[in-house]
Design a protein around this ligand. Structure first.
Ligand code: CMC
Length: 514
């Protein structure tokens, strides 16, 4: 059994009182913190001097009882547990906050990635994404995310060595991947295989051992491209290609994908660099759906492979990392620049979404999309222009002038242009979410390591507002009235079995399968 990490006691609930209430940890801080424009805390705070003079509390009046409560504000937030003291009487559970999609809830403190959504700023460990995309490599960026600092030459050499020498997978993994159907979605194969790693590396259970965490970090970052390439080769009926450690991280990935009968695969430098840039841009994005899955599943303390499988599953959905696949299918469906206005009308009516547009946090142009647009030009110089680019540019032009998109602050996100490059590089659309998952693994593992070592974290376990029946009496089956519940009748069952696959999915119809 892994040893238990020592944890601080859970935060004290401030008692109901009109006076300011401070627990030990809520004592005045040496550096006052103000909220940034997007509501996120910034350590410096624009009005630092003024904030220092202000009382860092909020007063809440419960109109049911007339009582007032003063809640401490820390880093632009109040502790949700502080609301529990707001009660109408001793049998009242206390007030909770309701936030079904975490739209206004900070779930952790993190020093990994900073986003200012209003200004379109993204930084990894304080370094602007533009500088990293221009000057860094994916492995160096991964080191930065995981370890918090850019590596020295020696540290980078060691890190590169440790990862490169972890790229091989157990031979049984080949058999495992062979077991998938020929038309299995590569993202499904990736999720299944990374989950299976937990059975190959049982030592990964020792999550409280820093050396074990480091080893699993190398393995995860290193092996994701290998299983992604194997999944691709399986779907094409091609033999698997073993890793080539002479090549760069992305060069090796391209080799495992595209190598045929040549003795050695030599990646095209422009494409190899384009992949580096794409990998850097996708490496982390603070508390997105998949990072939250990684943290949430990881909080029950399984091995990191199991948590990564959950994170990858969260990424798979079309509203998250699956969006790049959907963008391509949407562009193909539009088919011609002239049809863009017609589709824009549909999106505005709620008939589908303009995929690759909009973001929970960015209310400005996603900085990653800008860099991808530039990278696309470099790739197209070599591969020839992808005709879908013209449709994408027209969509962007019209959407950015249209009040519907302008008023909702919907701008292109990272997925809008990435698929066009991936397609020009020769990837089938099903591989697009996989190409997102490979680099995001560095971010997931950085988030997981931060969570595991954060004394404020506990098992993630939200509350609910119960809306169902209570205290009913069990009835024997023969005595039950015909159900009014939402069951499918025989006709509906048949309809479901014969229904086409969801919009834009190119996967085969599975209705005839067992
Ligand atoms: N097309 C048309 N309308 C949209 C779109 C869109 N792409 N995105 C949001 N809206 C509308 C939405 O209908 C709503 O309108 P109203 O106020 O009239 O109800 C309003 O804008 C706010 O949208 P929301 O769904 O409440 O916003 P959210 O923060 O919950 O969702 C999102 C964010 C990314 C899921 C959403 O913008 C979306 O579905 N975009 C398309 C999918 C996509 O590109 N996903 C990739 C996200 S970036 C990469 C990643 O991190 O995974």
């Amino acid at each position: 059994m892994p040893a238990k990490t020592s944890r601080r006691k859970s935060r004290r609930i401030a008692p109901p009182a009109a006076a300011a209430v401070r627990s030990k940890r809520q004592a005045p801080r040496p550096r006052p913190v103000a909220a940034s424009r997007n509501g996120h805390a910034t350590a410096a705070g624009r009005n630092g001097g003024q904030a220092r003079a202000q009382r860092q509390t909020v007063t809440l009046t419960d109109n049911r009882t007339g009582k007032s409560y003063e809640l401490p504000i820390r880093d632009g937030t109040i502790d949700a547990i502080g609301l529990r003291q707001v009660k109408t009487g001793s049998d009242d559970f206390g007030l909770m906050s309701y936030d079904p999609a975490f739209t206004n809830t900070a779930s952790c403190r993190s020093a990994i990635t900073y986003i200012d959504g209003d200004r379109g700023i993204l930084e990894y460990r304080g370094y602007p994404i533009e500088q990293l995309a221009e000057k860094s490599t994916y492995l160096e960026t991964a080191y930065l995310l995981v370890h918090g600092e850019l590596p020295t030459p020696r540290e980078l050499e060691q890190w590169t060595h440790d990862i490169k020498y972890s790229t091989m997978v157990h031979e049984n993994i080949k058999k495992f991947i062979d077991g998938f159907n020929y038309d299995a979605h590569p993202m499904g194969m990736l999720i299944g295989t990374v989950g299976a790693f937990s059975t190959y590396y049982p030592d990964a259970r020792h999550i409280d051992d820093p050396a074990s965490r480091e080893l699993q970090t190398w393995r995860l970052i290193a092996k994701m491209p290998t299983i992604a390439a194997f999944a691709y080769r399986h779907s094409r009926g091609l033999p698997f290609v073993y890793p080539d450690n002479d090549l760069s991280f992305t060069g090796n990935f391209l080799s495992m994908l595209w190598k045929m009968s040549e003795a050695k695969y030599t990646p095209e430098p422009v494409l190899e660099r384009a992949m580096q840039v794409l990998f850097i841009l996708h490496a982390d994005h603070e508390q997105n759906c998949s990072a939250n899955a990684m943290r949430s599943v990881g909080s029950s303390r399984p091995d990191p492979y199991s948590a990564t499988a959950a994170a990858a599953a969260a990424l798979y959905g079309p509203l998250h990392g699956g969006a790049n696949e959907e963008v391509l299918r949407m562009l193909e469906l539009i088919g011609d620049k002239k049809r863009v206005p017609e589709f824009i009308k549909k999106f505005k009516k709620g008939e589908g979404r303009l995929m690759g547009f909009g973001h929970r946090v960015y209310k400005n142009y996603d900085p990653r999309a800008k860099i991808i647009k530039r990278t696309a030009d470099e790739v197209f110089d070599l591969t020839g222009r992808n005709p879908l680019l013209d449709i994408a540019l027209e969509l962007e032009r019209i959407a950015l002038e249209d009040d519907y998109f302008v008023s909702r602050k919907l701008y292109p996100n990272v997925d809008f242009y990435s698929g066009i490059i991936y397609q020009a590089l020769g990837f089938p659309v099903e591989m697009f979410p996989v190409l997102f998952a490979i680099p995001r693994t560095a971010g997931w593992i950085a988030q997981w390591r931060e969570m595991i070592t954060d004394p404020e974290q506990k098992i993630a376990r939200p509350r609910q507002i119960y809306t169902g029946a209570r205290g009913r009496k069990y009835q024997a089956i023969a005595k039950r009235p015909k159900s009014a519940a939402n069951h499918l009748d025989d006709h509906q069952h048949r309809a479901v079995r014969l229904a086409p696959m969801p919009f834009a999915s190119g996967a085969a119809d599975s209705s005839a399968r067992f």
